[in-house]
Write a protein of this length. Sequence first.
Length: 294
Amino acid sequence: MKLGLAFANTGPFAEVGGLVEMAVAAEQAGVESVWTVEHVIWPSSYDSEYPYSPTGKMPGDKTSSIPDPLVWLSFVAAHTTTMQLGTGIVILPERNPLVFAKEVATLDRLSGGRMQLGIGVGWLEEEFDALGVSWPRRGARTDEYVHAMRALWGGDDASFDGEFVSFENVSSNPKPHDGTVPFVVGGHSAAAAKRAGRLGDGFFPGKGSIEELTEMIDIVRQTAAEHDRDAAAIEITASHPGLFGDDPVGAAQELASIGVTRTIAPAFSLLGSEGVEAKATELAEKIIAPIADI
């Protein structure tokens, strides 16, 4: 069982000093990956409901710093050697897929193939409005962008003709280090689980009990089978509330029993009066080492 850190580009880790201290300490402690969050803008008021809080509002406020995921991860890459660089998630339908394919491939190439491209369809309609991106059919747009980016990475003189993006005989270089970058589908809905089964290399539900996670993972596997894909090749990442309890091994074993191979802790678990390095060492001793062989 691997362990990654979520919400990694927030709080004190949004700035370069905190970022470097956290990344170096986390890698030395055995943290396998860091995962960013994303919002391009923060509307002063919004009616859209944030799905990960009972208040329906994002934590923090409009002054909260949320660095661009790829730029932030490039700093992590420069100060680490093995840690996986995950977007958890990037809002793919808000991006130009040709520009984004170039950016992702560049970071993946320069980091030695360490990118994990977590994607989502977004929940904040007001952000789409500000960016001039159509809110309806954002799911279909997301699917098409995945296929278009893979076409660009798959070879030179690439062509693609879709509803939202079309190009003919174009080349984008550099290519990713290993020829492509894994797409990890984020979200806790049936639609997200089906998307992961159809076209994802991984699935990262943002929340859910063991029962809810089991149901979503079953949807991933069933959808993969319906599309003649190997369900076992789709990596599952999920959190467990018991990870910081009295029995982290039991929590990891419960996740493993439903097919999870990477669990997640919040990056702010490294904050405390002891300092980031000491907290990372504690994380290694209490959780990372005990669950490593699960």
